[in-house]
Design a protein around this ligand. Structure first.
Ligand code: UD1
Length: 367
């Protein structure tokens, strides 16, 4: 049976590999799962494996946290050793998303002559100050098979001169997981559990360096959230990086006076909370997609997005650097003046099946 390796490293990867591994069960390809260990806390990793039914990794690289250079180097070196020591040569490697592990595993594989398929290829924010943008550019430049989730991704790759035979528009695997997990997420009754009214609260998530690493930006965001909390109850599950930065800036107590702070949530808890929210304020890529699908107004605290379909078709608005604009947008949503979205092509719960049928054609026994 031909073997391939599927890589997962950080929280936003886990919901993307789950449907791909599930769809591979019905094929002639045996996947080996490698967890790089970029995210390692129970709430950032194990809970996703448990809830999404992801099998235990065949190999754990345990790279942990570090500077970009150090973390990338550790993944690169460990993944290269892994690929050179498997009993069976790997026919290919599947990487997802845009985290440091995605880029590092891609580089290690292609330099060993192992072909790479990138799921969520072609996304571009055109902001090279974002670490993820560098990871996307490098990964797409050298991966052989590019699976695209966002309509603009096809044009981006064409503009970069990528040949048509490498480009496959397959839709969005994040939405596969959302569709699969929604009934379980609803059954948790997250608003009830947290003492909130269905449709009557805002959810905040922030973790990007551009928002949380600069104390003056972070302090301005805290002011925005406290103003918003006067209009509508606000809940904020804290990424470990954000908790650390708030604490270092001495802002935790101030924020806690108006906003309900939570630990990072599991996949289902997060989905259940977002699904019943009046609005979401975020800098996450995945949450822009999930809210677009769910029809929940999303105010993105960034000045660009690599997911323009969420703005064009969905419910996403970029509120950028201007926090007064963000506050006005909160008011618009609370007062009911907010547009509804429409469906995005290929965001239908079947993207993993489309991916796997292409993988079978190129890496399966019948190739
Ligand atoms: C990474 C991804 C980002 C993704 C985000 C989702 C890159 C460049 N960035 O950012 O694209 O949106 O994951 O979470 O790959 N930490 C813990 N426990 C953990 C993991 C991290 O406490 O399980 C803390 C550590 O202090 C660490 C910090 O969070 O230094 C940042 O983790 P890191 O993986 O470097 O980047 P993220 O900000 O999580």
């Amino acid at each position: 049976m031909p073997e391939i390796t599927v890589v997962a490293g950080a929280r936003p990867n886990f919901m993307k590999v789950a449907p791909i591994l599930r769809a591979l069960r019905h094929t002639s390809i045996r996947p080996r799962l490698v967890h790089t260990g970029q995210h390692y806390d129970v709430q950032m990793s194990d809970v996703f494996f448990r809830q999404l039914g992801i099998p235990a990794p065949d190999v754990h690289l345990d790279v942990g946290s570090g500077t970009h250079g150090a973390q990338t180097a550790r993944v690169l070196e460990s993944f290269e050793s892994y690929l050179t020591s498997t009993a069976e040569p790997q026919r290919g490697v599947v990487v997802v998303g845009d985290v440091n592990s995605t880029m590092a595993c891609t580089l290690a594989a292609v330099k060993l002559g192992v072909s790479v398929a990138h799921v969520e290829a072609g996304l571009r924010s055109f902001d090279r100050g974002m670490p993820e943008e560098i990871n996307r550019l490098v990964t797409d430049a050298v991966a052989q098979v590019l699976f695209i989730s966002e309509p603009a991704g096809v044009d981006n790759l064409r503009h970069e001169g990528v040949s048509e035979d490498r480009i496959h528009y397959v839709g969005n695997v994040m939405i596969d997981t959302l569709v699969h997990e929604l009934p379980c997420a609803e059954a948790l009754d997250m608003p009830g559990t947290l003492g909130l009214c269905r449709g009557g609260y805002a959810v905040v998530t922030l973790h990007r360096p551009s928002n949380v690493d600069d104390p003056s930006r972070l302090s301005a965001l805290v002011e925005l959230l406290l103003r918003a909390a006067k209009k509508i109850p606000v809940v904020f599950p804290l990424h470990p990086r954000t908790r650390e930065r708030l604490c270092a800036a001495g802002l935790t107590e101030k924020l806690e006076a108006g906003v309900k702070l939570l630990n990072p949530l599991g996949y289902r808890e997060n989905l259940g909370l977002i699904q019943s929210a009046k609005l979401v304020l975020t800098d996450s890529g995945g949450i822009q997609e999930e809210t677009a699908f769910l029809g929940v107004p999303c105010l993105t605290l960034r000045s660009n997005t690599e997911r323009p379909a969420t703005v064009m078709y969905g419910t996403n608005t970029l509120v950028g650097e201007d926090l007064d604009r963000a506050y006005m947008a909160v008011n618009d949503v609370v007062s009911g003046a907010y547009r509804r979205g429409t469906a995005i092509p290929g965001w239908d719960g079947c993207a993993a099946e489309r991916i796997v049928s292409i993988l079978e054609a190129i890496w399966g026994d019948g190739r």
